[in-house]
Structure formats: structure tokens, C-alpha cells
Design a protein around this ligand. Structure first.
Ligand SMILES: Cc1ncc(COP(=O)(O)O)c(C=O)c1O
Length: 394
């Protein structure tokens, strides 16, 4: 059997490799503690689950949903953007539901990228941006980020001929994996740059509500005229601990939203309506749940940073996201080798920065989405490792 090149060229999905390492360690009888995947351990709030239970009794919700989502869901998204960002959206033309934002991000290049077309993406970055482009036969060109620049791209340093060839650029703030954040001024510059070079901006705002220390994440649509060139991907997953329910939304430029809806209508049949009802409840609900979750993540963030410092890793406390992004101690150059050593010596899993692109080398990422007791046990082992003690008795 000869599989398509697009499949053969697929790099092993980042977490698949980590899963293999975890499985091998578990087979040795080790109690593995994973700071790998960013999947909230805290359950979906009860009042959101209640609306799922009620909606499951409604026979209309047992049937195929519409690709674009219920009008009521799109109206709730518009209300959310109005309340949260001061952005007015037309729910009929500027909002489409997604089966989690990953689905929309993966499919969006089908809207813009023909074989040979260029899409830009920041490096390190969420791997799906690149794969979606690759599936379309496009050329994914990475824009390297640096710690010195606060993990923001220097758009004006992108060679003009490359910028002119590019049809699309992916941005993501608050950022996975670095936890970097930005302000509206950056988005203003990005929109001006995109208009100059006729590039569409796809902004991924999946972590907009996971913020700390008073930081409030802007939407790119808050910029005047952004809608001419921008689409934004958003998600209920991290904001409301709903990763398992698979619901998100794309908002912004009406032509792009309509094209994405048309692509999707040929591939999927939308989000289960009962799940859309959950999302409506979540979006219209009080901010208390978000604040309570962020308090938990912030406390974990501070504990993790304390112990990483003892290990000789340097960390800027992130103002957002579910991640701590740490620079390896001096003398350590391979993030994969360092992560493998940690798993082997302590049974603690971290993600090597190289998994997010070449510019992620020299860093590791720790996710804050495991219960407090597991965080503490993981940190206890890392501290012991830092003191040169044997951690695992095998
Ligand atoms: C940057 C970023 N965007 C999008 C997603 C996808 O989230 P979901 O499909 O659950 O909405 C993730 C998931 O980890 C992510 O890290």
C-alpha cells in the first residue's frame, strides 16, 4: 500500500512521541507524572453540565446540527465578543461554530492555500498551523521568535518579497508554548503590515481567559479595520474547562467565515446541538468560574517556577496560558535529551521545546493542568533530582 505523501511526510504528532515515552516508563512500573499536555484537570463547571443534561432531552438536539452552528450559539458568541472585547459581530455573517478550534485551525488553510502558496507561522508554535498548510500543498515558512523580543515576531524584518508572496500568517497570543502575551499596539502594527502586504491574519485566541496578575488579553478584532484582513479562532476548551466537549468558534472577516463554512459543510456536520447549549450557558455565564480556575493555575505556576529555579532553569512568570516555558540550564543544549533524562530519572514528563519548532530548542514546557497533589509530587521529585538524590527506586 502506498499512502499519500501528505501522510508519509507527517512528523510524529508531538504528544504521540511523549505518549510512547510515558507508556515505556509505566511498563517499568513507574508512577509517571505528566506536565506534558495542556488539558485542564478541573471539571467543566456544574451549571454548564446542567444545560447539557437538559438539552439532551430535547429531541431536536438528537438530529444533525447545521455546520455553522445554531443561531442562538452564534448570537451568544456575538454577545461575548461585545461584552468581553467591545467588538460588534454580525452573528449571521461573522461567526461560525467549530468542533473545537483545532478543527477550524486545521481546515482553514483549505480556504486560502493552493499548492505552492506560502503561509507564515511563528516558531515556536502550535504544530497544527504548519500541518494544515502542508495538507494543502502549501509552503509553511516559520518566523523565528526570540525571548529578547518577548516572543513577538518582528514583522518588518520579514523580507518584503516573502511577505508579498505570503497569503496567510498565523499569530497566537496568549501564546502556546511560550506563555507570551501582547497588547493592542502589536495587533495594530500587525494589521497595518498585513494590509501593506495583502496577507490574511489568522489569530488564535484559545487562551484568552487563562490570564494572571491583572493581564487582560485583547482580541485582534479590537483593532479598527482588522476585520478587512483578519479571522480569529477561539475556543471554549481552556476558558471553561471544556476540552472534551469539542466546541469553538471562528469570527471576523465575513468572506473568510463564509468560505470556512462552505469548506466545513463538505467535511463535517457541525457541533452537537446539546454541546452548543452548554457553550451558550458558558459564554453568557458569570466570570466567577474563570477567576477561580485562574487562581488555581496561578498558584501552580508560582510553585513550579520556584522549583525550576532550584533546578537552574530560568523562567519569566507567564501572564497567561496554561504553560511555564523554561530556559534550560547553561551547558544543556538539547531539550529532547533533557526531557528524556528527567523522565528517566524522575518519571516526570515535560515537553521539549524543539517539539514546537527549531526556535523552541533550549527550552522545555510544563503544563499546569494536573491536580495540585500531583504537581506537588512532581515538584518533590524534581527538587530531589536537583539535589542529586536518587528519585526512583527501581
Ligand atoms: C494554541 C492552541 N490553539 C488551539 C488549540 C486547540 O484547542 P481546542 O481544539 O480544544 O479548541 C490548542 C490546544 O491545545 C492550542 O494550544
Amino acid at each position: 500500500m502506498k499512502l499519500a505523501r501528505r501522510v508519509e511526510q507527517l512528523p510524529p504528532y508531538l504528544f504521540a512521541r511523549i505518549s510512547e515515552l510515558i507508556a515505556a516508563k509505566r511498563a517499568e512500573g513507574v508512577d509517571v507524572i505528566s506536565f506534558g499536555i495542556g488539558d485542564p484537570d478541573i471539571p467543566t463547571p456544574g451549571y454548564i453540565l446542567d444545560s447539557l443534561k437538559q438539552a439532551s432531552d430535547v429531541a431536536a438536539n438528537h438530529r444533525y446540527p447545521e455546520t455553522e452552528g445554531l443561531p442562538e450559539f452564534r448570537e451568544a458568541v456575538a454577545r461575548w465578543y461585545q461584552r468581553r472585547h467591545g467588538v460588534t459581530l454580525d452573528p449571521a455573517r461573522e461567526v461560525v461554530s467549530l468542533i473545537g478550534s483545532k478543527e477550524g485551525i486545521g481546515h482553514f488553510p483549505l480556504v486560502l492555500i493552493d499548492p505552492g502558496d506560502v503561509a507564515l507561522m511563528t516558531d515556536p508554535g502550535y504544530p497544527v498551523y504548519e500541518i494544515g498548510t502542508m495538507f494543502c500543498g502549501g509552503e509553511a515558512v516559520k518566523v523565528p521568535l526570540t525571548e529578547e523580543d518577548g516572543w513577538l515576531p518582528r514583522l518588518d524584518d520579514i523580507p518584503a518579497d516573502l511577505a508579498d508572496r505570503a497569503k496567510l500568517i498565523w499569530l497566537n497570543y496568549p501564546n502556546n508554548p511560550t506563555g507570551a502575551v501582547t497588547d493592542l499596539a502589536f495587533f495594530e502594527r500587525a494589521v497595518a503590515w498585513a494590509k501593506r502586504h495583502d496577507v490574511i491574519i489568522a489569530h488564535d485566541l484559545a487562551y484568552s481567559e487563562v490570564t494572571f496578575d491583572g493581564y487582560v488579553a485583547p482580541s485582534i478584532l479590537e483593532v479598527d479595520g482588522a476585520r478587512d484582513v483578519a479571522i480569529e479562532f477561539n475556543s471554549l476548551s481552556k476558558s471553561f474547562n471544556m476540552t472534551g466537549w469539542r466546541i469553538g468558534m471562528a469570527v471576523g472577516n465575513a468572506t473568510l467565515i463564509d468560505a470556512l463554512r462552505r469548506v466545513k459543510s463538505n467535511l463535517d456536520s457541525g457541533v452537537p446541538q446539546a454541546v452548543q447549549q452548554m457553550a451558550i450557558t458558558a459564554l453568557d455565564g458569570p466570570p466567577a468560574a474563570i477567576e477561580a480556575h485562574n487562581d488555581i493555575y496561578r498558584a501552580r505556576r508560582d510553585r513550579v517556577i520556584e522549583v525550576l529555579h532550584a533546578l537552574g532553569l530560568r523562567v519569566d512568570p507567564p501572564k497567561a496560558s496554561l504553560y511555564v516555558w523554561a530556559r534550560l540550564p547553561g551547558g544543556e543544549s538539547s531539550s529532547a535529551a533533557y526531557a528524556a533524562r528527567l523522565i528517566d530519572a524522575t518519571g516526570v514528563v515535560v515537553t521539549p521545546g524543539i517539539s514546537y519548532g527549531p526556535a523552541g530548542e533550549g527550552y522545555i514546557r510544563l503544563s499546569l493542568t494536573l491536580p495540585d497533589a500531583r504537581v506537588e509530587e512532581g515538584l518533590r521529585r524534581l527538587s530531589a533530582f536537583a539535589r542529586g538524590e536518587t528519585v526512583l527506586n527501581r
